[in-house]
Structure formats: C-alpha cells, structure tokens
Design a protein around this ligand. Structure first.
Ligand code: HEC
Length: 143
C-alpha cells in the first residue's frame, strides 16, 4: 500500500515537472507579431554571416540580456525569464511556426523589437551582429 502511494506521488510530480518544462514550447505557437516591410522581409544576409560569433551574442553578450535568458539554451522558448512572459518568446525549434519567419523578418524584430511584448529592440547590436545571431539560430537551433 505505502509503496503504491509513493509511486503515485512520484508519478504526479514527474508529470507536473514534464508539463512545466514544456510549458513554453507550444508548437505551433500563437503568433501576432508585426510583419516586416516587404523589402526587409525578403532581405537575407546570412550567407556571409558568422554563426560562431552569433552564438556568443545569443548565449552571453546581448544587452540588456542574452537571448537565451528568454529563448532558452536550445532555442525552444523556454529560458528562465521566458516563463513569465505573455506572449511567450519565440520557439525557434518549432518548424510549423518558423517556416513563416524568414531571416529578414527576424532581422526586423531583433532590430526594432515587437511592440507590447518582452522582445525589446536590440539597440547595442550592429546590423552585422544581427545577421550573425540569425545565422546561429537558423543553422544550429532551428529544426
Ligand atoms: C526579455 C526576453 C527576451 C529576450 C532577452 C530576447 N527575446 Fe526575442 N522574443 C521574446 C518574445 C516574448 C518574443 C515574441 C514576440 C511576439 O510574439 O511578437 C520574441 C520574439 C523573437 C523573434 C521572432 C520574431 C517574429 O517575427 O516572430 C526573434 C527572431 C527573436 N525574438 C530573436 C531574439 C534575439 C536574437 C535575441 C537576443 C539578441 C532575443 N530575441 C532576446 C523575448 C525575448
């Protein structure tokens, strides 16, 4: 009897933890983000960009906070600060949502922010840095 009760508690706790861990990773993700102007939407300068330099920005150097704090180490939208946000940070690992988000759209939001959300304009990044971080997200995090 005792063992089965313990098992039940364990099972419920595990389910709860799994559920919380995936709370930020809905896929497809609801998305109302403003579309970039069409010239920008179509722009793509990732061919000559540097993914390794982009990773440093994503993991560490972006100000006021590294991208991973919200978007998560693996880009699943599950960073420490992401949980409290509404709407949730973009889940880059969700192909169903990301298929509609080309590099130029990412550039537009990283540069200007998404008004009314936790995604603020990344004012300290130069255009080159933005393309580098986009390259990192697209080559290493997106699935
Ligand atoms: C404080 C939390 C936070 C940080 C830090 C943050 N983001 Fe975001 N990001 C968000 C949220 C929230 C959204 C969702 C915005 C929306 O739904 O319009 C988002 C959306 C995005 C999108 C999707 C744009 C689209 O059109 O759907 C991209 C790309 C992005 N962020 C890149 C970055 C990069 C690169 C960094 C670091 C330089 C970064 N973010 C830092 C919270 C954050």
């Amino acid at each position: 009897m005792k063992k089965s009760v313990m098992f039940l508690i364990f099972a419920v706790l595990t389910l709860f933890m799994v559920n919380t861990a995936f709370a930020g990773t809905k896929c497809p993700q609801p998305r109302k983000t403003k579309k970039a102007p069409s010239g920008m939407f179509k722009k793509d300068k990732t061919a000559s960009a540097d993914a390794a330099a982009g990773k440093k920005i994503y993991d560490k150097t972006a100000k006021p906070m590294a991208c991973k704090m919200c978007h998560g180490d693996k880009g699943d939208g599950n960073g420490k600060l992401g949980a409290a946000l509404k709407p949730k940070p973009r889940n880059f690992t969700c192909a169903k949502t990301m298929k509609d988000i080309p590099p130029g759209q990412m550039f537009y939001i990283i540069k200007n922010g998404s008004k009314g959300t936790g995604m603020v304009a990344q004012k300290t990044l130069k255009d080159k840095d933005i393309w580098n971080v986009i390259k990192y997200i697209r080559t290493e995090l997106m699935k």
